[in-house]
Ligand binder design. Structure first.
Ligand code: ZN
Length: 191
């Protein structure tokens, strides 16, 4: 699956907006990403899930794990495609942890899946929470890589699309300079 049809799907579902936006960080950007919109219909999520799963067909993945909430839909789709178990990590008192009675076996081979990687923070925290329980994290994957390859998560990592999303401080924003009005799209938590 190459990246252009994926980006086209993101544009069609308004998951990728192009214009002049105020991000939750307060920075301005010509692009805005809301991955959940691209995954509303199960066949779309399944298609992206298969595209990620294909990379790991021969890696003896036993479990797919995702950081909640962003990774839940795509993680589940990848697990379905690999026909393996799916679990997630979530924050409790601001610390990423394994809850809900999910257990992790020592040396269990886990693939960590996110929707969007920006700095890699959520993925890294998810990996740490699972490793602290003895799991072997084989790799990490996401649909979109907003870091353009820069995010380091400590294990091999792939993404279906690498996207350069520039962001600017108000005083340096070239779009503001052109006099274009910045808008604030629906909320998305920074990570
Ligand atoms: Zn601006």
């Amino acid at each position: 699956m190459n990246s252009e049809p994926i980006l086209e799907h993101f544009r069609q579902t308004n998951a990728l907006l192009e214009g002049h936006f105020i991000l939750s960080s307060g920075l301005h950007s010509p692009k805005y990403l809301q991955c959940a919109l691209a995954l509303q219909y199960p066949p779309d999520a399944a298609r992206f899930g298969r595209a990620i799963a294909e990379h790991y067909a021969d890696q003896n993945i036993e479990t797919v794990a995702s950081p909640a909430i962003g990774g839940l839909v795509i993680g589940y789709a990848v697990a379905q495609s690999l026909n393996v178990r799916f679990v997630w990590t979530e924050r409790e008192n601001n610390e990423m942890t394994v809850r809900r009675g999910f257990s992790v076996r020592k040396n269990e081979r886990i693939l960590v899946v996110e929707d969007v990687i920006t700095t890699g923070g959520s993925t890294r925290e998810c990996i740490q929470a699972l490793e602290s329980r003895g799991a072997k994290i084989v790799a990490a994957a996401s649909i979109i890589d907003r870091s353009n390859g820069a995010a380091e998560v400590g294990v091999p990592r792939i993404s279906l699309v690498s996207l350069d999303v520039p962001s600017y401080k108000l005083e340096n924003c070239p779009l503001c300079e052109k006099g274009e009005q910045a808008i604030k799209p629906g909320s998305r938590t920074a990570k």
